[in-house]
Design a protein around this ligand. Structure first.
Ligand SMILES: Cc1cc2nc3c(=O)[nH]c(=O)nc-3n(C[C@H](O)[C@H](O)[C@H](O)COP(=O)(O)OP(=O)(O)OC[C@H]3O[C@@H](n4cnc5c(N)ncnc54)[C@H](O)[C@@H]3O)c2cc1C
Length: 453
């Protein structure tokens, strides 16, 4: 086999294992670098490949759920991670939950039995083409330094302070109003009446909200999570505990945001900022939070206008290295100056086991294509995988934060459907048909070498 078919994958997590498998299945000789057990991370406990660091679930299997749809698309593409997960599934209703030890043992055994993959234990410290870097949220310091040197100092973030994202059509327009502070708008093309959605609060509403926020049940994470917060990443509930007016002088500042319905400034204002180009996903500004999910549902629905809020993503704060993909990477998530240095998994700014595995899958397919002299390909944005890639290409570079699969990302349907379940069924039907069409049009599975090739 010529050197042109030799590739390196760095990181034997979910994304790296899937990427290595896809490359080997297409006839490439893969060196897979995994630093454990020589060097470990603050969250991993074993030396196995594809270790699940926290929960044991890949979430829903129903295609009317965004994670379920992404998995259905991955199955069409031949995901080894899902094959291994299916084999060790444990009962969890419609969720794909697994026996975590048996799962990572299963992935490790598959990779070990694949003669085209050579697993090398030890920390990789440089990026050399052709390669896929999939070193995850707990990327080693030396590799983080190598990425910064290669992609630019500002390309890599270390802490992830995520505020919840709300579906636009679940926000009550009879209460919220549009507007930018003092009517100032600097972004070209923003709406004339202002960029933000503003939720005005009376003094009583603010007091009740503050009481709920400061007493809500919080998540106390892993030990390694006990890091000092940067001011800009401070959880909203920590800030609220500093004093009853701290939020009113911080992210809930009401000045310069006159409520057109009353003609007055409110006592406090919660602002939502547009997250996607289509304006279907809105981020609650400054609301990075460690509240448990049911508490986020309960407390944040007290914000006027968000009583019926549909959460597309919940808030969280944890150690997480990730690239500013829209600023630093190409459309298929490679270095801009070399299409054969690809990135995959959580390091690219996707969030979650399924999302990480899915980007590993596509990176493997694309690196194989590049090595065979073909163009990289990305599924259409009507599919969940294609929509995630679009987000990482087009998201606002100034506020880029990791994203999980959700229906706010995919192209809207041409017709208006009121019934939510029906709408999701139609999203799923279209996505799977489009994924199948894309696979056939691009010969994505045609390049498979077969086990005994
Ligand atoms: C504490 C924590 C809890 C999480 N819990 C969940 C959850 O419950 N559900 C969920 O969906 N998502 C969760 N995530 C988010 C994310 O989905 C997982 O982190 C997921 O494992 C990411 O997959 P990955 O392949 O990108 O990275 P990983 O699975 O972390 O794999 C990266 C691999 O690269 C190796 N590596 C790092 N640097 C180097 C180097 N220089 N050389 C060689 N190898 C290296 C690491 O040892 C690791 O094996 C969590 C993240 C964290 C940090």
């Amino acid at each position: 086999m010529s050197d042109g078919r030799r590739v390196t994958v760095i990181g034997g997590g979910l994304a790296g294992s899937e990427a290595a498998w896809q490359l080997a299945s297409r006839g490439h000789e893969v060196t897979l670098h995994e630093m454990r057990p020589v060097r470990t991370t603050p969250a991993h406990k074993t030396d196995r490949l594809a270790e699940l660091v926290c929960s044991n679930t890949f979430k829903s299997t129903e295609t009317t759920n965004a994670h379920g749809l992404l998995k259905a698309e991955m199955r069409l593409l031949g995901s080894v991670i899902l094959e291994a997960a299916d084999e060790v599934r444990v009962a969890a209703g419609s969720a794909l939950a697994v026996d975590r030890d048996a799962f990572s043992a299963g992935v490790t055994a598959r990779i070990a039995a694949e003669l085209r993959i050579n697993v090398v234990r030890g920390e990789a410290t440089s990026l050399e083409a052709p390669c896929i870097v999939a070193t995850g949220p707990l990327t080693s310091d030396a590799m983080a330094a190598a990425m910064r040197e290669r992609l630019g100092v500002g390309a890599l973030a270390f802490y992830d302070a995520i505020a919840p994202i709300i579906a636009r059509d679940s926000i009550d327009d009879t209460i919220v109003f549009r507007g930018s502070r003092y009517g100032k708008e600097t972004m070209e093309g923003a709406a004339d009446d202002g960029a933000y959605l503003n939720c005005p609060m009376t003094r009583e509403q603010y007091d009740a909200f503050l009481d709920a926020l400061t007493t809500a049940d919080q998540f106390h994470g892993h030990e390694f999570d006990e890091v000092p917060y940067f001011e800009g990443c401070m959880p909203v509930e920590v800030m609220a505990k500093r004093g009853r007016d701290t939020l009113r002088f911080g992210p809930l500042k009401p000045v310069g945001l006159r409520d057109p319905r009353t003609g007055r400034d409110a006592h406090a204002v919660v602002q939502l900022r547009q997250e996607d180009r289509a304006g279907r996903m809105w981020n609650i500004v400054g609301f990075q939070t460690r509240m448990r999910i049911p508490e986020q549902q309960r407390v944040l629905k007290m914000i006027p206008g968000l009583e019926q809020a549909e959460f597309l993503r919940y808030g969280s704060i944890h150690r997480n290295s990730y690239l500013n993909s829209p600023a630093a990477l190409s459309a298929h998530l490679s270095a801009r100056d070399d299409p054969s240095v690809l990135f995959a998994g959580q390091i690219t700014g996707v969030e979650g086991y399924t999302e990480s595995s899915a980007t590993g899958l596509l990176a493997g397919i694309n690196l194989s294509r590049i090595l065979l002299g073909e163009e990289p390909v990305i599924p259409p944005p009507t599919t969940m995988l294609g929509a995630l890639y679009r987000y990482m290409r087009e998201a606002d570079t100034k506020h880029f934060q990791p994203m999980n699969a959700n229906f706010g990302l995919v192209d809207d349907l041409p017709q208006h459907i009121r019934d939510k379940r029906k709408k999701r069924e139609m999203f799923a039907e279209r996505a799977l048909a489009d994924m199948q069409g894309w696979i056939e049009a691009n010969g994505v599975l045609g390049a498979l070498a077969g086990k005994d090739a």
